[in-house]
Design a protein around this ligand. Structure first.
Ligand SMILES: [Zn+2]
Length: 112
């Protein structure tokens, strides 16, 4: 692999979103690029912790649930450090591979 980290990151997502399969190679690439965040994201997808409600995509963390929209997430890591937290990575992997649980409910309703 050559190129800048940005290019490698872009290549990774292009491959995943084209093939829809999280191969061992891609998993290693995610771990290499994202480290601990990548590991948590892959684990969350493995454990089916990404849930697609009618209105929002929700990632279930160890102590709380987070709403992910595109590159935005409701967790504090996102607010303080910027960039993609592991919830955003997990949501993106889940969407690309179809490995999410579809919930036929409005998430907004469960918050009331
Ligand atoms: Zn987050």
């Amino acid at each position: 692999m050559s190129g800048t980290p940005e290019q490698e990151e872009q290549d990774l997502w292009e491959t995943l979103e084209r093939d829809h399969i999280l191969s061992i190679d891609l998993q290693e690439e995610i771990l290499r690029i994202y480290g601990e965040r990548g590991r948590k994201a892959i684990l969350a997808v493995d454990k089916c912790r990404v849930k697609k409600y009618l209105d929002f995509l929700v990632v279930v963390g160890t102590s709380d649930e987070y709403v992910v929209e595109d590159v935005f997430c409701t967790c504090r890591a996102q607010v303080f450090h910027g960039g993609s937290c592991w919830h955003v990575l997990a949501a993106r992997i889940a969407l690309a591979t179809g490995r999410f649980e579809e919930v036929d409910e409005w998430y907004i309703e469960s918050l009331k």
